[in-house]
Design a binder for this molecule. Structure first.
Ligand SMILES: [Mg+2]
Length: 171
């Protein structure tokens, strides 16, 4: 059996609209195109892993329990769309090896799930998301930030649906 290929997704600004330290389910709003992107990824044989900085926890804006409630809600939203999520990893700290642009969350996922990193993709809305993916050995790393110049990004996208053309069908 071949190793897993993964689409790594940032959360705020990539999956849900970034409303500044989101933790209330009532503030959840899909980023346009992300569900279609995820469905296409799954259809092409990729698993989906969410890797998210959540320094709002250390900053005291919300708690680990609040984060857990939102995460359970987020899993339900994906399930309602028929999109399976393999894992969701977060870093609550401001200075830590897991905080992007450091690659810790990606590496933890790789070890946990036996991921073929070079065959995997990442999508995030900040340069630090791309930099973390590159540092973790993810093959192609995309920035969802129209007009931003990021030399380490494979491409800068205007919409998550633009990622669909990069998926490679897996045997
Ligand atoms: Mg983000």
């Amino acid at each position: 059996m071949s190793k897993r290929r993964v689409l790594f997704l940032d959360r705020d600004g990539t999956i849900n609209v970034d409303k500044h330290y989101v933790y209330r389910p009532s503030d959840f709003e899909w980023v346009p195109g992300i569900v279609d992107c995820c469905r296409a990824a799954v259809a092409a044989g990729y698993d989906i892993v969410i890797v998210t900085n959540q320094s709002g926890i250390e900053r005291g804006y919300f708690s680990e329990a609040d984060y857990a409630v939102f995460t359970a809600f987020l899993r339900e939203q994906f399930a309602e769309q028929g999109v399976p999520i393999l894992d969701i990893l977060h870093c609550p700290w401001l200075v830590h090896e897991n905080r992007k642009p450091n690659p810790g969350l990606f590496l933890k996922a790789a070890e946990r799930w036996g991921i073929d990193m070079s065959a995997s993709l990442s999508l995030g809305d900040k340069s630090r998301d791309v930099q973390a993916g590159v540092a973790a050995g993810v093959g192609r790393n995309f920035l969802l930030a129209p007009g931003v110049v990021e030399p380490t990004a494979t491409a800068v996208l205007n919409s998550p649906t633009e990622l669909i053309s990069y998926f490679e069908q897996i045997d």
